[in-house]
Design a protein around this ligand. Structure first.
Ligand code: CIZ
Ligand code: SF4
Length: 310
C-alpha cells in the first residue's frame, strides 16, 4: 500500500462507493474502532448484521463473528480483513469431537456460547453471548438437562449464577485465562480506590476478586455509572479505548497477565489492521463463504437466542 495514502479517507470513500458497513468488535485496535460504523460485543454486532441494509458487511473481528453475520445475512457479502483471525476458544471445540461427545448425552439440550464455529452451531439448540447467557439458560425448562459449550469458565460462572447443573465442554479462551491473581492483588493494594471488574470468561479465582462481572458491554456501561474513578479491568485490553472515551476523567488499568507479555491482547483480533481493512474493502476479499446447509442449520440456534434477548 502506498504510504502516502490516507487510509481513513480511502476507507470512508470505499464505504460510500460500495454501500458497505464496518462492524468492529471492542477488542479491535483503536484506529479500527474509530472508523467503524458500529462498535459492539458479539450480541450487538449480530443484531446489527441482521438488520443492516448495506450490501457489504466488513467485519472487523474474528472468524466466528463474521460467520455469524453471514448466517444472519446470507444474501450479503461478508468480508473479514484477515481470514487467519480465528479464536482459541472456538478452536477448542472442533465439531467432529463435539458430535462424539454429544452421543454420551442424548437427552440434553445443547447451549453454546456464540464463540464457536458455524459447524458447532449446527449441533447447538440455542446460542448465547455473555450478555444474555443467564436469560437463555433460565428459558430452558427446569427438568431439562443441559450441555454448555465451549467455555468452561463461563459455564462454571453460569452454574453458580443460575443454580442449574450443566455438563461442561472443556474449552477456554487464551486471553481470559492469562490473568495473574498475584499481580492483580498487588495492583489492588497500590490502587486501594480502584474497582476490579472482570469478564466471566476469566477463571473462578479471578472472578472471586471482582466487584462486578459482566460482558464487554456490561463492563463498559458499569464503568460509566459507577461512582469509582479508577478501574482495573480483566478482559481483552481493547475495550479500554471505549471506556476511556465514555469516561475521559476516569482511570482505566488493564489487569496484568502472568508473563510480561501483551497477552491480554487477543492475537487473533489484532491480526486485523487498518491497512488490511482497506485492502479487503478494495478487493472485496477475503470473503466468508459457508455451505447452504450450515447457514440453514446453524442460524436456528442464533435466531432462538435473538428471540429471547430482544
Ligand atoms: O472474548 C470474546 O471474544 C468476547 C467477550 C466476545 C463478546 O463480544 O462477547
Ligand atoms: Fe477468542 Fe479469546 Fe480472542 Fe475472544 S479474546 S476472540 S474468546 S481468543
Amino acid at each position: 500500500v502506498d504510504p502516502t495514502l490516507d487510509l481513513f479517507e480511502e476507507i470512508n470513500r470505499l464505504k460510500k462507493e460500495k454501500n458497505a458497513i464496518i462492524l468492529a468488535h471492542y477488542y479491535q485496535e483503536p484506529d479500527i474502532q474509530d472508523i467503524a460504523d458500529y462498535i459492539g460485543d458479539s450480541l450487538g454486532l449480530s443484531r446489527e448484521a441482521a438488520n443492516t441494509d448495506a450490501d457489504i458487511i466488513v467485519f472487523a473481528g474474528v472468524h466466528f463473528m463474521a460467520e455469524t453475520a453471514k448466517m444472519l445475512s446470507p444474501q450479503k457479502k461478508v468480508l473479514l480483513p484477515d481470514l487467519k483471525a480465528g479464536c482459541s476458544l472456538a478452536d477448542s471445540a472442533p465439531a467432529p469431537l463435539f458430535k462424539k461427545f454429544l452421543e454420551k448425552y442424548p437427552d440434553h439440550v445443547v447451549v453454546s456460547y456464540v464463540n464457536c464455529s458455524a459447524e458447532l452451531k449446527t449441533l447447538t439448540d440455542i446460542c448465547c453471548t455473555s450478555t444474555n447467557a443467564v436469560d437463555v439458560i433460565n428459558s430452558i425448562p427446569l427438568d431439562q438437562k443441559i450441555i454448555f459449550a465451549p467455555d468452561k469458565n463461563l459455564g462454571a460462572y453460569l452454574i453458580k449464577k443460575t443454580g442449574r447443573d450443566m455438563v461442561l465442554w472443556n474449552g477456554a479462551c487464551m486471553v481470559h485465562e492469562i490473568f495473574s491473581n498475584e499481580k492483580i492483588t498487588k495492583l489492588m493494594l497500590r490502587h486501594p480506590h480502584a474497582e476490579f471488574i472482570a469478564h466471566p470468561e476469566c477463571e473462578e479465582h479471578i472472578l472471586a476478586k471482582a466487584s462486578y462481572i459482566g460482558s464487554t458491554t456490561g463492563l463498559l456501561k458499569y464503568t460509566q455509572k459507577s461512582p469509582a474513578k479508577e478501574f482495573i479491568v480483566a478482559t481483552e485490553a481493547g475495550i479500554l479505548h471505549q471506556m476511556q472515551k465514555a469516561s475521559p476523567d476516569k482511570v482505566f488499568i488493564p489487569a496484568p497477565p502472568e508473563n510480561n507479555c501483551a497477552c491480554n491482547e487477543c492475537p487473533y483480533m489484532r491480526l486485523n489492521t487498518l491497512e488490511k481493512l482497506y485492502l479487503c474493502m478494495k478487493h472485496e476479499l477475503p470473503e466468508i463463504i459457508l455451505p447452504d446447509w450450515v447457514i440453514q442449520q446453524g442460524r436456528v440456534c442464533i435466531d432462538r437466542m435473538l428471540e429471547i434477548s430482544q
